[in-house]
Each structure stands twice: as structure tokens, then as C-alpha cells.
Design a protein around this ligand. Sequence first.
Ligand code: ATP
Ligand code: MG
Length: 439
Amino acid sequence: MRLSHYFLPLLRENPAEAQIVSHRLMLRAGMVRQSSAGIYSWLPLGLRVLRKIEGIVRAEQDAAGAQELLMPTVQPAELWRESGRYDDYGEEMLRIVDRHQRDMLYGPTNEELITDIFRHNIKTYRDLPKNLYHIQWKFRDEVRPRFGVMRGREFLMKDAYSFDLDLAGARRSYNKMFLAYLRTFARMGLKAIPMRADTGPIGGDLSHEFIILADTGESQVYCDSAWLETDVLSTDVTYEDDLEPFFRRWTSLYAATEEKHDAANCPVPAERLLAARGIEVGQIFFLGNKYSAAMNATVVGPAGEKIVPEMGCYGIGVSRLVGAIIEASNDDAGIIWPAGVAPFEAGLINLRAGDAACVDAADSLYATMNNAGIDTLYDDRAESAGTKFAGMDLIGLPWQVVVGPRGLQKGVVEVKNRGTGQREEMTAEAAINRLKAAP
Ligand code: ATP
Ligand code: MG
């Protein structure tokens, strides 16, 4: 992509309305614009990151055996009357009346709708277990939307719902999602710690929140500092395995949210206990038959008996993750994207847009990078070197390749790693090989 054509409205100044670094940087890097409180438009650069995150979430859900569908954002109130939540949910629910005076709502979550789909289409025990998910916009009329996309009113969530014949099956489904979540967040360069959590209004009695530690987080959390040394991607386990040992191992290190933390009986010695702020990026719940029973969703068992399935639900804050990743990875100059979620793999800078030799060299390197499959943002504008460097640092692509007159005379370009800040001169060919070899 040539920057001269790209819609990337960068801001030089820190916007006054942004209180935390991720919100400031997302506005300055031209990723989002607010349309009303807690509701955002995603501009091209921000949308690329959102899609990358969605892609990782989708791949890991699919690998865990969940199947994607897509439910609507607008739901009928009658389903929520069946579960009793139409009244219970309170003011966070955006209620809508259609032209026929029917009560509708903009979905804050989807337990009722998925249970309705289930009861009309799944009739026998042979069809279980099932885990169905979608990645869809939600609306919650939060009292205090703030921190940009971290606490929005309209936000993108992945929500999965599992249906099992018995408790043991529900436990297997829960464990699969537990593993999928650890892998999902690790692939985004995040250390998300599974913490025993309250189930809140969703109900049920087993739940983990996945929390990344950050000073700007809204949750108070407590965990064993040994969590900081763990690496889940090194664990060799598959979804076909019995995941109970895996689950036990990854829950044996203490971690609890404030609601679950019991200071008097905490098993971790004081010098190892970390009290910190955290951002909730996902949560998983065992629901039992709360929704299936209330909504009369049953299947016929092997002896003709009625079975009320055991359910679980599993959410990931896809749009919140964009902010959360920036909170975890930035410096004074801007964002530092982990490779897996970066909007482009590399930025190419031509330092002298007025110099024919530089233009030729940069154009041809751009073509070679494209051919090599390196997704590149090419700053071909007639701006000063300082503006170009600052812009590239701000948007945080993992690699920068700089073409300038002095280097050209020596037959080299400069390659900078945004994360380490390390710069190195090398031939254009070596630069391409370096980028191709990068993870
Ligand atoms: P919170 O405690 O932050 O209000 P929640 O527990 O109500 O979140 P869940 O129902 O567990 O949220 O939703 C699943 C995920 O969706 C959360 O883990 C979070 O990452 C994300 N999420 C929830 N509310 C918002 C919001 N207002 N803006 C952005 N993301 C959100
Ligand atoms: Mg939650």
C-alpha cells in the first residue's frame, strides 16, 4: 500500500479526551474515530488490526472444534422474556421498538438466541456435543464508556456456546476452550492469566477470566508472580487428549480476581503474591442448564428419555484486545505491534521523494517486497525525513526499511526493528531475506 493513497489521518498532538495510552495512540495513529460516546468507526489501519485479531481467534476456535455461524445483532424481546433476563438485564440493554410495536433489542450477548436455534434444530443425543460461535457486534449501554475501545458501548465479541449431554462432557468442552484461550492470547504476544472469577448475572458456578496485567486495567487482581515466567505455547497437548491434567497444571498457580481473592486464606507467600491491575480480555463460564431448562431445549436420549443439555459460554473481547495489546506494547514514540497482529509486516520509507534514484530504488524494492509476500506500507510521500520516521514509529509496524541517498551510494538500505530499536545496513536482497525469515 502506498501511503500517498492510503487513508491514514495521523494526529501530531495528543487528543485531550484520551486518558490512557492505548486510546491516545489509536486516535493518533488514525485507527479509530469516535462517532458518539463509546461508539467508534474503524479506519483502514485499525480495521486491519481488528481483522488480524479476529483471524487468530477464529483459527483457534476452529482448531478446538467450535463451528462458526453468524447470529443477528437485533434480537426479539420474547426470547429474553423466556429466560427472565429481559427485565433482569437492566439499563445496559438497548431496547428498540419496531414499526409494529414489537419489542426488540440490540444484543448484549447471545445465550437466548443460540438456545433458540438449538431447540429448533438439534433433537437427538447423537448430535451432541456441539460448540457454536460467532464474532459479532454487541451493544451494552455502559454507564461510563471510556478508554476508547476498551470500554465501548458497541464492541466486537467472539462468543461461543457449548451443549453437552452431561457434566463430564461440559467439563471437556470447558477445558478445550480454556486451552484455546491460552493459545489465542499467546499468539497475540499477550500473557493472559486465567483467574478464578465470579459468574455475575450470567449464572453458573465455574468461571475463569483471562486477564492481562496493565496499570490502566479496570480489575484488581492477585496472582503468584511465577505466572510471569510461564510459556503456554511450549506445552505439547492436543484437543484429543484428556485436558484435565493440563487444566489442573494451569490452574495450580494461584490467580484470582478481587471478588474471588481471600487475603486471609491465600496460599501464596506474601513475597510471591502480585497485587496488580488487569484488563479482562476474555471469560469462560460453565452455565449448567440455566438457559436450556428455562427455554425448554431438550434432546432425546438413547432410551427415548428427555435430556436437558449442559451449557457453557465463552467470550473474547475482540475490539477490546486492540487497545489491550497496545497497553501491553508501546513506547514514547508509539505502538509496537507484535508480529501476529501488525496491520502491515513492514514499512518502507523513501527519504527523498524528489530524488529520481531514490524513487527508482524504493519503487523497485516495494515491488520486490510485494512479490515476496511481505505486506508493506510504502511511505512515498513528499514529507520530511523526520515526519516519516515519526509516523512509522507511531503506527508501530514490526520492521522499517529505509531507502536514502547515502545508503544508495554504498548499495545498502537500513533495516530497523521497531521492537528492539536496532538498526542495520544491508543490501536490499538481504533486507528481504531478513523480513521473510522473521516470525
Ligand atoms: P467487564 O467486566 O469488563 O464489563 P464483562 O465481564 O461484562 O466485562 P463478558 O460478558 O464476560 O464481559 O464479555 C466477554 C468479553 O467481552 C469480556 O471479557 C471483555 O473482553 C469484552 N467486553 C465486555 N464489555 C465490553 C465493553 N463494554 N467494551 C469492550 N469490550 C467489552
Ligand atoms: Mg466478563
